[in-house]
Write a protein that binds this ligand. Structure first.
Ligand SMILES: NC(=O)c1ccc[n+]([C@@H]2O[C@H](COP(=O)([O-])OP(=O)(O)OC[C@H]3O[C@@H](n4cnc5c(N)ncnc54)[C@H](OP(=O)(O)O)[C@@H]3O)[C@@H](O)[C@H]2O)c1
Length: 349
């Protein structure tokens, strides 16, 4: 092969236009809406906040038809086809349940839930209602990842032996970000750690043997974690520093490198085993402006009557959460509302 496969991602502008309602008015809500408005025909008819004035201000600023002062009101709106859950982690289950019980399709920000049990509950509810549901793990909907998907399917790498992935970002301890709040299930795992763990789980399958340890952050949450999965994946995530945030998928016939940040739009580089010229796929590094690809995929799936997306099946979302549960058990990390389990191995916050 002399070039890497071209991404098969359909034109986002060609995706059917659906009416979206958004729960939450935070950082990701702004970016998702902006990206979808720039690159798709999706319509944003409603946004809801726990605060009515905030909902109205947000709606006016983003050209959204209506701002609601409660999440309950939004899911009852007749002009909403699909709900995007953009709330913090601990509210994902309640918001997804609210939307599904109101008969709305749902796209839930990552992670699907705090733990595998919550992820499974959302999965079962969506299936029982016959509604579309997916985790908004935007990486898996990017053209970059369709190149990775095709390389893996083609066998170009030979037998895949290892995955090395890291995602780290410095957070100011005094900055007040929700990632530093224990009551909001803070720490890197559910935010940054989702990406390397999802990558390893997708490429190699769910790990049977997990060895993890972590370190506490002075804010009272876990600060960083390193984990080895079945001796063939090494993942790391941290709030202490900006790290290269690269990913490598290595096989007996070649190695695929995703320069950092590997979870955003960017390059894919294939190097044949033993040397030889590399093959490179390049796309503009547009950061979170790539969020619209997941909106377009959800719209296509809903049009086609699918209950999930093959690009990020709910079974994969729950499998990743199961690995996270085991990592947390070993590190002694317990989230709000969970029963503390007896930690095994080294203990971190
Ligand atoms: N895909 C990505 O690249 C990406 C990036 C960042 C975050 N995320 C995900 O998106 C979700 C939201 O993250 P974010 O960074 O946007 O957070 P954020 O800026 O803090 O916004 C979270 C929103 O959740 C709502 N909320 C509901 N209950 C809450 C509570 N008890 N405390 C605080 N807020 C509450 C708030 O909306 P109202 O006050 O308006 O009700 C708030 O604006 C997270 O689960 C995260 O994993 C994804």
């Amino acid at each position: 092969m002399t070039t890497l496969p071209a991404p098969r991602t359909p034109d986002p502008m060609a995706a059917p236009a659906l009416n979206w309602g958004v729960l939450g008015t935070g950082w990701i809500a702004e970016r998702f809406i902006g990206s979808a408005q720039r690159h798709t025909r999706q319509r944003f008819t409603a946004v809801a906040s726990r605060d009515a004035a905030r909902a109205e201000e947000f709606a006016a600023r983003h050209g959204i038809t209506r701002g609601y002062g409660s999440y309950e009101e939004l899911v009852a709106a007749a002009d909403v086809d699909v709900v995007y859950v953009a709330t913090e982690h601990t509210a994902h289950l309640a918001c997804a349940r609210l939307a599904l019980e109101a008969g709305k399709h749902v796209l839930v920000e990552k992670p699907l839930g705090l733990n595998a049990a919550q992820g499974a509950e959302i999965t079962e509810l969506a299936a029982s209602r016959g509604l579309f549901c997916a985790e908004a793990l935007w990486t898996f909907f990017l053209p970059r990842f369709d190149v990775v998907r095709q390389v893996l399917a083609s066998g170009m790498l030979g037998e895949v032996k290892s995955v090395l992935a890291d995602l780290g970002e410095y957070f100011d301890p005094a900055g007040g970000h929700r990632i530093l709040r224990a009551d909001l299930a803070g720490g890197p795992l559910l935010d940054l750690g989702t990406y390397p763990l999802s990558l390893a789980t997708w490429v190699l399958g769910p790990a049977e043997n997990v060895q993890a340890s972590g370190q506490a952050h002075p804010a009272g949450v876990n600060g960083q974690i390193g984990a080895v999965l079945d001796g063939r994946a090494v993942v790391h995530t941290t709030l202490f520093s900006d790290t290269p945030s690269t990913a490598v998928i290595a096989g007996t016939e070649g190695t695929l490198q995703l320069p950092g940040p590997f979870h955003q739009p960017g390059d894919v580089v294939f190097s044949p085993a033993g040397g030889g010229p590399p093959l490179t796929y390049t796309e503009p590094r547009t950061g979170h402006d790539g969020l619209h690809f997941e909106a377009a995929e959800a719209a296509r799936c809903i049009r086609d009557g699918l209950l999930g997306t093959p690009l990020r099946p709910l079974t994969d979302s729950v499998a990743t959460l199961r690995v996270m549960d085991e990592i947390r058990r070993q590190c002694g990390i317990v989230f709000p509302g969970e029963q503390p389990d007896r930690p095994r191995g080294r203990t971190a916050t």
